[in-house]
Ligand binder design. Structure first.
Ligand code: EPU
Length: 431
């Protein structure tokens, strides 16, 4: 089983290049089957979730051609099955974007209920509510979401929860519906905006993405496009916190600083220097980290996908901090692992972590419970005294391209090991 072996203590220094946003690429790839024309998508991250979605799309007859590691050509003219139910579909969350895409284009879709990280109940009632409002029948049978419509007709839809997935799915179905759709209390995340921009580049008429009211005028059909996905806000934020916890100095390149404002604000509060230079942010952590409080919120609030990374930083900051998770119910599972490394954190009521900062972490054998927490635990290992071994790192590969390689270019002592022997070799090498 693959593990990361980490010798902590090196300040990370240097430059790191950020790739395309996974959570924008997933819906954009799914939406690219909504036309029979060819679509070219650039800047896709080469991560496991994306590979799995592309495989699932191929399995229903979509032509997928990799032009290079980050560019793909897609043609959905010859889809031969409107039933997407295979081992791939069931593994990832993003597969449910095929429901909105196929419902919009073919008025029919059967897609296996999605998987994804186990971070709490991940209901899809708002997706279903939106599809029904557009005139579709929806039911869940034998593990599949089945939806069909004679006609899709625009409607006024109020989302009870600001849901990224539901906003995206309903937006996709609505672009090919008759008439106008208004989505209120829409999610405003950068990936929602990126999908809207992509759909508009295919001939859709979407206005207001990025605000909480999205207005869509249905069009008859969509055409081909050549589109470049935005940079990954969470990958960037993760390296910014890697600089903070290792007392480093890292220039995170190729980012959209606007998308990082809530993350930069918290880094400043805890005593780091953060400088924006064009499409780069430089994080310097030369002073001891200070405590703060943070609550995860929908964009532009502090992202739930950065909650574990900031908790790792606060775990070695001076004073007491409180982290409140308001998006998912079960996103503190990694805290037990941090406690093995010496953290003093108590989780109360499932959604609040009370953190008494300790001076340092100490290396331990720990296990990644999900994607973002896995990355955060690696950061803890990089900050810790001694050697940390992280298990279940396949989670990290779902969303971070070349994670350990990028960290190594910043001076991290981290290696992918496959056996006890390789781990021993690492121990000997790093002393
Ligand atoms: N919710 C409902 N009903 C719904 C939809 C959502 O109650 O119909 C609830 C969820 O249970 C959750 C909250 O609303 O408590 C927010 O869920 P949302 O739909 O916004 O999240 P998602 O679409 O399942 C995406 C990302 C997550 C990210 C969240 C929040 C993808 C594939 N996943 O999930 O990313 O945490 O938005 O920003 O885009 C990750 O990348 O590691 C990851 C988990």
């Amino acid at each position: 089983m693959e593990q990361y072996a980490i010798k902590g203590g090196n300040p990370l220094v240097g430059e790191v290049e950020i790739g395309g946003a996974k959570n924008a690429a997933l819906p954009i790839l799914a939406a690219s089957v909504m036309t029979d024309d060819t679509v070219y998508i650039d800047n896709i991250p080469d991560v496991w979730d994306i590979r799995v979605l592309l495989k699932a799309m191929e399995n229903i007859g979509v032509m997928v051609r990799r032009e290079n590691r980050h560019k793909v050509t897609i043609n959905g003219a010859n889809i031969n099955s409107l039933v997407a139910d295979d081992e791939y579909i069931r593994r990832i969350r993003g597969s449910y974007y095929l429901i909105g895409a196929m419902l919009g284009k073919y008025h029919y879709a059967e897609v296996a209920l999605p998987g994804g990280c186990d971070i709490g109940c991940r209901a899809i009632d708002q997706h279903i509510k939106g599809f029904r409002a557009l005139g579709a029948e929806v039911c869940i049978e034998h593990g599949l979401v089945k939806t069909q419509a004679e006609r899709l007709v625009g409607n006024h839809i109020y989302m009870d929860i600001s849901s990224v997935g539901a906003t995206i799915n309903v937006m996709m179905a609505a672009v090919l519906a008759e008439g106008r759709t208004i989505i209120e209390n829409a999610a405003k995340e950068p990936h929602v905006v990126d999908l809207a921009n992509f759909l508009n580049s295919m001939g859709a008429d979407i206005k207001g993405a990025g605000t909480d009211v999205i207005r869509i005028r249905g069009v008859e059909k969509l055409h081909g496009s050549d589109y470049t996905i935005i940079q990954d806000q969470i990958e960037a934020g993760t390296y910014m916190f890697a600089a903070a916890v290792t007392k480093g100095d890292v220039v995170v390149k190729n980012v959209i600083p606007k998308h990082l404002e809530s993350i930069s604000a918290k880094l400043l509060e805890i005593g780091c220097e953060v400088k924006e230079i064009d499409d780069c942010v430089r994080v310097v952590a030369s002073k001891p980290l200070m405590h703060t409080h943070v609550k995860t919120l929908p964009y532009p609030g502090f992202p739930t996908d950065m909650q574990a990374q900031i908790t790792v930083a606060l775990g070695i900051s001076k004073g007491t901090s409180i982290v409140t998770e308001s998006i998912f119910e079960n996103r503190f599972k990694y805290v037990d692992e941090l406690i093995k490394m010496g953290a003093n954190i108590k989780v109360e009521g499932g959604d609040t972590a009370i953190i008494d900062g300790v001076e340092k972490y100490t290396g331990a054998s720990i296990s990644a419970p999900d994607l973002r927490a896995g990355a955060a635990l690696v950061l803890a290992g990089l900050a810790a005294d001694g050697i940390t071994v992280v298990d279940n790192i396949h989670y990290i590969a779902r969303g971070y391209e070349d994670f350990h390689q990028k960290l190594r270019t910043l001076g991290a002592q981290i290696e992918l090991v496959n056996s006890e022997r390789e781990l021993q070799k690492f121990r000997l090498k790093v002393g």
